[in-house]
Design a protein around this ligand. Sequence first.
Ligand code: NI
Length: 178
Amino acid sequence: MAIRPVLRMGVPLLFEPSEAVQQFNTPELHSLVQDLKDTMAHEAGAGIAAPQIGVSLQVVIFGGFDTPRYKDAVDIPFTVLINPEIEILSESQEAGWEGCLSVPGLRGKVSRYNHILYKGYDVQGNSFQREVRGFHARVVQHEVDHLKGILFPMRVADLHDLGFEEELKARADYLNPC
Ligand code: NI
């Protein structure tokens, strides 16, 4: 197990699309997932994607957290999602505040689809899919964006809605950070 340094916005690798995983259930893949788990726990993140620790593969993990920061999200089970695909089930979007371990201290308001189906594989190579809404759907869209080289500030429609968390707390519309 290893806590790995989290790359921050500005490192070119974070803007690159990641490669699909070709071989499942390998020692390397298990080791990558363990490092992601250790790093997410250490940083108290809601999720983390492999490129954030410098590995350009389509692997994300999220959920399983019970910290007060994510009190709305305790129902998201810990999930390893590999080679993900997202199907949008409704055009309806919701704006919400996001943060990212690669953009420490900043929060931004991002619109995400409210109702999606996501599909992918676990570390053993078993396929699975889930239909989800709300915060769960938001977390998945945020993490899958990392695999396309997209960080949340690139999704902030109005840059007045991007700022430092400490300052944003004074705003009336600053609610439910995730
Ligand atoms: Ni992120």
